[in-house]
Design a protein. Structure first.
Length: 286
């Protein structure tokens, strides 16, 4: 029996996740197509097709984007300046990250209650960046965490602690369509229900203004929300973003081109920036 498209999507996500793990484990050494294909127990031709389908460029080209100096190059070539004049436009709940996202922020009062009365469904899913723990309310995705080299239970407790009074229900299947949309494989939008303090929400809204394949700095974000001296506080709010990837905290770097921090680990941040750069290159070539 032939596997359907949805099964293939899940399978290909797993392939990409394992390929990224092998590339990152090489510590900067370039792996040949044959080496990667052998590690994944695939033919070179099949692996090349799968990898190029999801990333948009060849494995060789993608590895160049994983170089440690890539963030500095992005800052020089694809730096998005978030002007303070745009701050008013960042306050509304309707800003789109892209065509695959609907955005809704929780009210400050609801946040202050620690998620009391909320039902949050959760499940582990494959993503291009390895196993991802996805959580969602009835309004949309409220949390995404990546295991990387962490224990899954640690990731679970990390996200659950954000909303200590919510009721958590294991329900992987109900989230499937939103998860596929979140990682670019589904149809329709991936709705986001952001749950945070008012200052955090302002920072996260600013992050949504950064196009895929671009970066900004923590200082630019501080200026955009009308508080240019709050760079350190902005960095903290960026790190507390519960919906990583969809609210793109990985696109915030230091003004000198350093990666800065990332809640789920710097290898994950590098992989995400490389992924988006590859997609941008592929789109430009079309």
């Amino acid at each position: 029996m032939t596997a359907g498209p949805e099964h293939e999507d899940r399978y290909h996500y797993g392939v990409i996740a394992r390929a990224l793990a092998h590339i990152d484990a090489a510590g900067g050494a370039s792996l040949s197509l044959d080496q990667l294909a052998a590690a994944l127990q695939m033919s070179p031709a099949h692996f090349q097709r799968v990898f190029t389908r999801w990333v948009g460029v060849s494995p060789k080209r993608y590895q160049q984007y994983l170089a440690l100096g890539h963030a500095r190059q992005l800052l020089a070539e694809r730096h998005t300046v978030l002007a303070a004049a745009d701050a008013a436009g960042l306050s509304g709940g309707g800003r789109l990250h892209d065509l695959f996202l609907r955005w809704e922020a929780m009210s400050p009062g609801d946040y202050a209650r620690g998620g009391d009365g909320l039902v949050i469904r959760w499940g582990w899913h494959e993503s291009p960046f390895g196993p991802a723990l996805v959580m969602a309310t009835e309004r949309g995705i409220c949390g995404i965490g990546f295991a990387g080299d962490r224990d899954p239970e640690t990731v679970m407790q990390d996200l659950r602690a954000r909303w200590p009074r919510a009721r958590f229900v294991a329900d992987r299947e109900s989230l499937r369509s939103w998860v596929l949309a979140a990682f670019g494989a589904g149809s329709g939008p991936a709705p986001v229900h952001a749950i945070g303090a008012p200052f955090q929400i302002k920072v996260w809204e600013a992050l949504l203004a950064i196009p895929s394949g671009h970066v900004t700095t923590y200082g630019d974000i501080a200026a955009a929300i009308g508080n240019p001296r709050a760079v350190r506080a902005v960095g903290t709010a960026v790190g507390r973003n519960p919906v990583s990837w969809l609210i793109p905290c990985h696109r915030a770097i230091r003004k000198g081109g350093g990666l800065g921090g990332y809640h789920w680990g710097l290898p994950m941040k590098r992989a995400m920036l490389a992924w988006e750069s590859a997609r941008a290159e592929a789109a430009a070539a079309e």
